[in-house]
Design a protein around this ligand. Structure first.
Ligand code: AMP
Length: 618
């Protein structure tokens, strides 16, 4: 039975609760819903206007936030109060973005390099989460106005390469906008759903999703089987898109019509005017052979051949990414069943033809490429609202996840490419007698030493009952939920003491960094193995010194003077070996100490056993 209620604010009948899909984009955002009658996904728009809401926020002098088309006009007029591309800042520290700082015309705060970035407008500071929440609030208001009902539950899409911090930040932005984020899903997954790929549960397919927007590019390889989507690999360039096409046209005209670089740099209006004409030319050339316009008395022209020649290098770069993504997923071109086109720049015929030629296949480009991600999100939202049978969405972790163990070693609980959602657990113990706290440090990366990986979180499991070293059983478990958010739990199994945290990393990783970390792990594999062996030998040596000392302390009376002397000497040489970077030497010294202590240790143990037996009737 479906619930029917009345919306008091609007007086409209409400059939169950509506769940909408949101594409929170770098340049534009939009909201879509399944039409109650046609059952088709539609992007919401007011009358004849566009469904796209520019992801731009202008803060007026009273710090009121104005979002969308009304904010866009301030990009030129008041750049320091007009925020665009806030998605690029999600889950990032200043360190992460400083190379691309030139890109932002507003003030990005750089006071503390490892903390999450903030944006300064006047005397106010805004986090990327707050900025995104303004866009989400605007989308919510738009949907409520059009649908005449309250909208609280949403599915939001993120790029497949978004890491845990960025997904968490997106979820938080939703919360801040008063939305219940039912799920975060990957943009390529949403795009596939929009084309109906994966809706049929018996379908087994491998898909490439090619997404070329205004400022970003990525390609993802996915497989679908039994209604489960799995992202096998993703590759791209977060600073490549349609804006580059506009720029090469501007450069071309500047040369043709002798605008000097200085003139263009100084005269912002001239530059902006040219840029607008360039974008117009690009769009015109998607359907025509030539573009011609009057610009301040000059006739600017460009034909399709010239335009294609100018943008060919960018298109080639995207094809290189396609090659890399295929390689990373171990998939050959012939295994790709479908190619899905996403993003406004895939309207350029050269792009579509190049991608189609590359994959040797007709591409899916019949839906509006600006809307397809939101449409897919709406389909997923409808599934979650209970109006459609559940389709599982499965992703993978881009990097391994683990914790720090003795000697600063990385102990991997979840190897990279683990499926999401997933669970992993392992038991650890204490290294000191009476140890009542255990620090759990969570890391992400492929290197053997945690110092080469990235720390995601740290917490203390406290109140472990005092026990001899090695006795407590501390189970550390990792749980990654369907949104790709990691929960870490540590539980001492004997006492039941436990501690849980949601991992909200201090800063995120760009896809370039993920790639770099993977490359580093390959380059340093040999060094890492050597360092791991050395660290393990050191840890073993330190533990042996500690137990020997304890043993002698307790049993001094039963040791001969010679034994005492030999042990002290062997301990000293082992101690010295521990300070050197020689694994073999440490192992030899460990063996020597063991050789010396073994006879008396056995003798003392035998004595202990026989005295324990004394007086007992067998
Ligand atoms: P998106 O980021 O997906 O909204 O894509 C926006 C980009 O698509 C911008 O660079 C637009 O200039 C570009 N775009 C939109 N329509 C067209 C078109 N008809 N031909 C070429 N590029 C287009």
């Amino acid at each position: 039975m479906s619930k029917i209620s009345i919306n008091i604010a609007t007086g409209s009948l409400q059939q169950a609760e509506i769940v909408v899909g949101i594409d929170l984009g770098t340049t534009n955002s939009l909201i879509a819903v399944i039409h109650p009658e046609s059952k088709q996904a539609v992007a919401l728009k007011e009358h004849d206007s566009s469904s796209l809401v520019p992801s731009v926020i202008y803060f007026d002098e009273l710090n009121n936030a104005i979002v969308g088309d009304n904010a866009k006009q301030f990009l030129e007029k008041t750049p320091e109060r007009t925020i665009f591309s806030s998605k690029r800042l999600m889950g990032k520290s200043y360190n992460d973005i400083k190379e691309n700082e030139f890109f932002f015309s507003y003030k990005v705060i750089d006071d503390d390099t490892d903390r999450l970035v903030k944006v300064q407008v006047g005397d106010k500071f805004y986090s990327p989460v707050e900025l995104s929440s303004y866009i989400l609030k605007e989308l919510k208001a738009r949907a409520e106005h059009i649908l005449k009902t309250s909208v609280n539950k949403v599915v939001i899409t993120v790029p497949a390469y978004f890491n845990d911090a960025q997904r968490q930040a997106t979820r938080d932005a939703g919360k801040l906008a008063g939305l219940d984020v039912l799920r975060i899903i990957n943009e390529p997954t949403a795009a596939s759903l929009a084309y109906g790929i994966g809706i049929n549960q018996t379908e087994e397919k491998t898909i490439a999703v090619y997404d070329l927007g205004g400022g970003t590019f990525d390609v993802s390889i996915l497989t679908i089987s039994n209604g489960i989507f799995e992202v096998l690999s993703t590759h791209g360039n977060t600073y490549l898109g349609g804006d580059d096409f506009d720029k090469v046209i501007v450069d071309y005209w500047s040369k043709e019509f002798n605008f000097s670089k200085d003139e263009l740099q100084q005269n912002k209006q001239l530059m902006q005017g040219l840029r607008i004409k360039a974008e117009e030319a690009k769009k015109h050339l998607s359907h025509n052979a030539e573009y011609r316009t009057n610009f301040n008395g000059d006739i600017l022209t460009i034909n399709k051949d010239k335009f294609e020649q100018l943008i060919q290098p960018f298109v080639n770069k995207t094809l290189d990414s396609c090659k890399q993504a295929l390689k990373d997923s171990n998939i050959t071109i012939n295994e790709i069943d479908e190619v899905v086109m996403v993003g406004g720049s895939t309207r350029v015929p050269l792009v579509t033809n190049a991608v189609s030629n590359f994959f040797n296949k007709k591409v899916n480009n019949t839906l509006n490429p600006d809307e397809v991600v939101a449409l897919g999100a709406a389909i997923q939202a409808d599934i979650l609202a209970g109006n459609n049978k559940e389709i599982l969405l499965l992703d993978i972790t881009p990097l391994s996840l683990g914790i720090e163990t003795m000697g600063g070693l990385m102990d991997v609980l979840m190897p990279r490419n683990s499926k999401i959602p997933s669970k992993a657990a392992r038991q650890y113990t204490t290294s000191k007698d009476g140890q009542i706290n255990m620090r759990i440090s969570v890391y992400q990366g492929e290197r053997d030493l945690v110092k080469d990986n990235r720390k995601l979180a740290e917490f203390n499991l406290t109140n472990i009952p005092a026990m001899p070293a090695g006795l407590p059983k501390v189970e550390v478990s990792f749980l990654i939920d369907a949104d790709g958010i990691l929960k870490v739990k540590a539980k001492e199994l004997r006492s039941g003491v436990e501690q849980t945290i949601d991992v909200k990393p201090q800063y995120g990783l760009t896809d370039d960094e993920v790639e770099k970390m993977l490359m580093d792990s390959i380059t340093h594999a040999k060094d890492d193995i050597a360092i791991r062996a050395l660290t393990e030998a050191r840890t073993e040596g330190e533990q042996l010194l500690e137990t020997t000392e304890k043993f002698i302390g307790k049993n001094a009376a039963q040791l001969s003077q010679d034994e005492m002397l030999a042990t002290a000497q062997a301990m000293q040489t082992l101690q010295l070996a521990l300070t050197m970077n020689d694994k073999n030497l440490i192992q030899t010294k460990i063996e020597e100490l063991n050789e010396i202590s073994r006879p008396y240790a056995e003798r003392i143990m035998d004595n202990a056993v026989s005295s324990a037996m004394k007086g007992k009737v067998i």
